[in-house]
Design a protein. Sequence first.
Length: 120
Amino acid sequence: MYKHILIATDGSDLAGKAVDQGLELGKAFGPKVTVVTVSEPWTSIAPGEIGMAFPVDEYEKGAAENAGKILATVEAKAKAVGVAFEAVHIPDRYPADGILDAAKARGCDLIVMASHGRRG
């Protein structure tokens, strides 16, 4: 049915439900599975010299650590259901762009993801 599933997650509870569903699809149909999390680019609302004082390196380090935690959680779920997957962290991209780029680059024929969870 599917040859390559991409599961996108931001680590939220809602995204966790999509991860569970994606892993179940992976178990049921046996396709290759890739799990991706995307870290948005660092932005500053302060102009000029003030903007240079913000710790960009700390943001990037924190984003990488957060992505590692998110992917480690998925790894535990995948092991529990017996699904092998490739973990991918895409830094400095907006989520929609990073998810689509990852799907195209890997030839995915299904993207499993949740809503962003905001209301209104």
